[in-house]
Each structure stands twice: as structure tokens, then as C-alpha cells.
Design a protein around this ligand. Structure first.
Ligand code: IPD
Ligand code: CA
Ligand code: CA
Length: 259
């Protein structure tokens, strides 16, 4: 079976675990930073990803959000996974959370699958083969910044970024059409990848938040960089600015990267 089919099958299996979760409130522990929680389901989905992916591709490296394996992602094949992106939503029963599987080859993202089990929506892309939502080819928008709907992540676990987050949000609100915030960075990026939103930004994200969506955005004709225009980092925290090329360029022309 092709790798893409395998990844989608595994993502659906993880989605079933998310949908059948019970008693989430009684199975929460705190992680590093503020407001950062993990449920037994984050751990269970990550273990499922690890077991299923590595049994099919034993030579691959694995880099997951939750405690456990965080291998080198710069050599050979590596899976970069977020078992549940949108954990706060998941805990609250908000029903906006996804499973995200990115694949890197020698440090470059070559494949991505993001699955939203609540709407049964599968986002996928492979380098050179385009980006798709439920099998339909999608593209980023060609919107101006002024006409853009901008997804703003709030970097909720890092109090030291709150002032900059809201200063940037204010500037974007003044320079764009309106703001959105789903509570899942991966899902916001997928919205940009299929042209439903036009730009996404956040001061602090981790590789598992954007790995899969990076391939989706790029294959949809968009661009993903840090807020200062530098490349994304696959081995640590960084900022993010992703969207259609026009809105992304106008962000810099307006000097918003200096906020
Ligand atoms: C978080 C979500 C949130 C974003 C945070 C992420 P998690 O991931 O994507 O929308 O603002 O930066 O860490 O903790 O729910 O996997
Ligand atoms: Ca995440
Ligand atoms: Ca997560």
C-alpha cells in the first residue's frame, strides 16, 4: 500500500479514539508552562501513531509531542506527529481538534496528513503532487492583506508572548478583514491551505503543530516562514507566518514583522 493510504488509515484510527473518548476531565495532567494540559488520550493516540507507523516503517525516526520518542528529524525519514492538536478544545468538548502526521526526509517535509474526526475531513499533501481536502485539489487564496481573514494563534502556554501576541493581533485587525482563532494551529493552517482563510500567524509553535500542514500549504501554492521571514525550525520552538504569497508579502511591506 502507498504511504499516503497508510497514513490516512492510521489517522482515521486515531480519530476513532478521539471520538470515543470518555471521562476526559478526570484524566488530565499538567505539562510545562501555563495552561498546558495533557489527557490520557493524547498519550494513547501518540502510542497508537508510534506503534502503527514504526511497524510499517521500522527504519523511520519518530518525533512526537508527548513524552517518549523524540528522535533526530534531520536525517533519513522521520514522522513528526501531534496526536491531538487542540487539546484544550478536546478537554472542553469543543469538537475542534485534529491528528497531525508530517513526514520529513533528510530534514525536509515531504508529506502531510491532518485529520479532523469531528467533521470527517482529511487534508493531505505530498511534495510535487498537490494538496487535497477529502480528495479534492485545493489552493491557497491570492487575497491582498486588506482582504484577508487572518487566523491568529495566541501562544497560550507562553505568558511572555502575550503582549506581542495581542499587539500583532491588533495590527492585523487594523490591516486585514478580520481575525479567527480555532484553538488548533494545524486546523487553522489547513484552512489557509484550502483558501478558506488567508493568513495564519502565532509567536510560538512547535514542529508537530505545523509539520504536516507545511506540506499542505506549500503544495497549495502558499508559503510558510517565521514572522521575521526566516525558515521554520524542525527541532525546536519558532514563530509562524503562513499564507498565500500575496498576503504574506504584504505583511512585510506593512512592517508588521517589526511588532
Ligand atoms: C496548541 C494548539 C493551539 C496553539 C498552540 C498549540 P496543542 O497545540 O494548536 O491552537 O495556539 O500554540 O500548542 O497543545 O493543543 O497540541
Ligand atoms: Ca499542537
Ligand atoms: Ca497536542
Amino acid at each position: 500500500m502507498e504511504m499516503m493510504e497508510n497514513l490516512q488509515k492510521i489517522a482515521r484510527q486515531c480519530g476513532e479514539i478521539m471520538l470515543s473518548a470518555e471521562d476526559i476531565e478526570r484524566n488530565i495532567t499538567e505539562k510545562e508552562g501555563q495552561k498546558n494540559f495533557v489527557t490520557k488520550y493524547d498519550v494513547l493516540v501518540q502510542k497508537t501513531l508510534q506503534k502503527e507507523l514504526l511497524s510499517l516503517y521500522p527504519e523511520a525516526h519518530f518525533y512526537g509531542e508527548e513524552d517518549g520518542q523524540q528522535d533526530d528529524v534531520h536525517s533519513g525519514m522521520a514522522f513528526i506527529v501531534d496526536p491531538i492538536d487542540g487539546t484544550t478544545n478536546f478537554i472542553k468538548g469543543y469538537r475542534v481538534s485534529v491528528v497531525s502526521i508530517g513526514v520529513a526526509k533528510d530534514g525536509e517535509i515531504i508529506c502531510g496528513v491532518v485529520y479532523d474526526p469531528y467533521t470527517d475531513t482529511m487534508y493531505h499533501a505530498e511534495k510535487g503532487k498537490g494538496a487535497y481536502v477529502n480528495g479534492k485539489r485545493v489552493y491557497v487564496s491570492d487575497c491582498s492583506l486588506a482582504n484577508s481573514m487572518v487566523c491568529v494563534g495566541t501562544a497560550p502556554y507562553y505568558a511572555e508572548y502575550t503582549d506581542r501576541t495581542f499587539a500583532l493581533a491588533r495590527a492585523l485587525f487594523d490591516n486585514a478583514l478580520d481575525l479567527r482563532r480555532s484553538g488548533s494551529a494545524a486546523l487553522d493552517l489547513c484552512a489557509v491551505g484550502c483558501g478558506r482563510a488567508d493568513l495564519m500567524t502565532e509567536w510560538v509553535v512547535c514542529p508537530w503543530d505545523f509539520a504536516a500542514a507545511k506540506c499542505i500549504i506549500e503544495e497549495a501554492g502558499g508559503i510558510m516562514t517565521q514572522i521575521d521571514g526566516s525558515p521554520m525550525k524542525l527541532d525546536g520552538k519558532c514563530s509562524i507566518l503562513a499564507g498565500g504569497k500575496r498576503a504574506h508579502a504584504e505583511f512585510f511591506e506593512k512592517g508588521l514583522h517589526k511588532i
